[in-house]
Design a protein around this ligand. Structure first.
Ligand code: SAH
Length: 344
């Protein structure tokens, strides 16, 4: 059966037209879908025979809530969704002053192998469909009752390794007859698959590109991020500059502070150069400890010294707040626990 939630409203309209249906039927269906209905039976303004005809042609796949954790500290909500084929993905809803942000997964698992990340431990299971990513946003909003105003592609998976599906998801998210969210409120985070940057830039989306840099030199970066091999930091910086030239939008660097690995003064000074080369904003992330990993977060002292060097050099730097620390809200840890409990 065809996955109708991955279709754009105009594609639905085209197919309905080919079936000889009047134009307003497609509009009605798109409206119901955007509201989050889980079946054609619920589409009360469609004739019964049309509902059953559509049931045979199209599937509406909505995920089930397998787990839901709410942080007592800051209201952060973490969902583990069960997908149609039995796989599970996680989504986090975070409350900020400027609105509610949902952090979504883009792949089931991940093949990038970053040494500090829980999402990659079991490797890539499969790509996520556009509808599945859209459901992460829509179903989080419906279940939590919290209006979602911002979306970050910073959950499990590498968005640029699922390029076509992610681009289609963004069209659905942005569509006036779909979720209708401005792409200015979207950040896409990548480990630096530079071969995709031109393609992304040419689409001229208004989103923010966040690059997970985590180290300013090849030696350190390759050690913690296998994706650096064969690409390299110089090439990454060049790709970032080109992206900014084409789109007019600044990129930001994500930098997880790891004790004794990437948090020395030398790293800070090199990072200053890199950020200036590209005109990038730097977002420092206190490392979330992952059970299976030997890496530890930097000490407060090192973090402060690092920030001071960046600030004194005029680099625009922020430190990410830790939200949901009481509910395993970091990077793939809930799904990881779920998978481990299934293995037993
Ligand atoms: N694959 C994409 C997006 C997913 S991860 C990417 O690499 O950017 C989102 C961010 O969380 C990335 O910057 C990633 O490097 C970071 N991250 C992963 N594990 C982390 C951990 N244990 N602590 C802090 N940040 C982590």
């Amino acid at each position: 059966m065809k996955d109708i939630l991955s279709m754009l409203p105009e594609e639905i309209a085209q197919e309905f037209k080919a079936m000889g249906l009047p134009a307003f039927r497609a509009k009605q269906v798109s409206q119901w879908l955007a509201r989050g209905v889980a079946s054609f039976e619920e589409m009360q303004n469609l004739p019964l025979d049309l509902r059953s005809r559509l049931c045979e042609l199209y599937g509406i796949y909505r995920p089930a809530v397998l787990r839901k954790q709410v942080s007592a500290k800051d209201g952060t909500i973490k969902y583990l969704w069960g997908l149609e084929d039995g796989n599970a993905v996680e989504t986090v809803v975070m409350k900020y002053r400027y609105g509610n942000t949902v952090c979504i997964s883009t792949q089931v698992g991940c093949r990038q192998g970053c040494a500090f990340c829980a999402s990659t431990i079991g490797g890539l299971v499969r790509q996520m469909e556009p509808s599945e990513m859209l459901n992460e946003v829509l179903c989080s909003q419906l279940d939590s009752g919290e209006k979602i105003s911002h979306v970050v592609l910073m959950g499990t998976g590498e968005p640029l390794d699922n390029f076509d599906n992610v681009m289609r998801f963004l069209s659905l998210l942005n569509h006036p007859e779909g979720f209708n969210l401005s792409l200015r409120h979207v950040s896409l985070s990548t480990c630096g698959l530079i071969e995709r940057f031109t393609d992304l830039a040419e689409r001229d989306l208004q989103l923010t590109l966040a690059v997970s840099l985590h180290a300013p030199d090849d030696e350190t970066r390759t050690k913690i991020m296998p994706a650096n091999r064969g690409r390299g930091v110089d090439a990454l910086m060049k790709a970032c500059r080109q992206y900014t030239e084409t789109t007019g939008r600044r990129v930001s660097f994500e930098y997880a502070m790891i004790d004794g690995v990437n948090d020395t003064e030398t790293h800070a000074r090199l990072l200053v150069q890199r950020a200036k080369e590209v005109g990038a904003h730097v977002n420092l992330i206190p490392l979330n400890h992952v059970e299976e990993s030997r890496y530890r977060p930097s000490t407060q002292g090192h973090l402060k010294a690092f920030i001071r060097i960046l600030e004194e050099s005029g680099v625009n730097v922020t430190v990410r707040r830790r939200l949901g620390s009481d509910i395993d809200a970091s990077c793939g840890q809930l799904r990881r626990k779920f998978e481990k409990s299934r293995e037993k």
